[in-house]
Write a protein that binds this ligand. Structure first.
Ligand code: FES
Length: 130
């Protein structure tokens, strides 16, 4: 049985927040963002926090990642947050429980870095879709 999609180990992966390519090593794993809190916004367009999204995914168990958009419209604006919505959907389906103080794989180090990356995204031509 292989790794779930997007969780390959040892392979370089394009980060959803820009041109940065993160390579997991013994010193840097995918869990690298202790600065992101449950009440930090994931969807800036609709002000939807990680807590709301994780609770929604756990409670409603949408069949497809696009079902995450039913949580206060998340992902239906600029599309910036769609990769993270998909990740939250997958992780909750895999049994992940988000708790305060835990790291969230796939997110940058801090909410400020996440917001800066969105600014870059908004200026780019490539847009995320479900
Ligand atoms: S940040 Fe979520 S749609 Fe724009």
């Amino acid at each position: 049985m292989g790794s779930p999609k997007g969780r390959g180990e040892g392979a370089a992966r394009a980060h959803p927040f820009g041109d940065v390519v993160y390579r997991p090593t013994a010193h840097r794993t995918w869990a690298y963002n202790p600065g992101v809190k449950l009440d930090d916004e994931i969807c800036y367009c609709f002000h939807v926090s990680l807590r709301k999204l994780a609770n929604y995914a756990r409670r409603e168990q949408p069949a497809r990642p696009s079902g995450m958009s039913e949580c206060l419209g998340a992902g239906t604006g600029c599309g910036w947050c769609i990769p993270i919505l998909c990740m939250i959907h997958r992780q909750v389906a895999d049994g992940r429980d988000y708790d305060e103080g835990q790291t969230v794989a796939g997110l940058p180090d801090t909410a400020a870095e996440y917001a800066d990356a969105r600014k870059h995204y908004l200026k780019s031509d490539e847009k995320n879709t479900f």
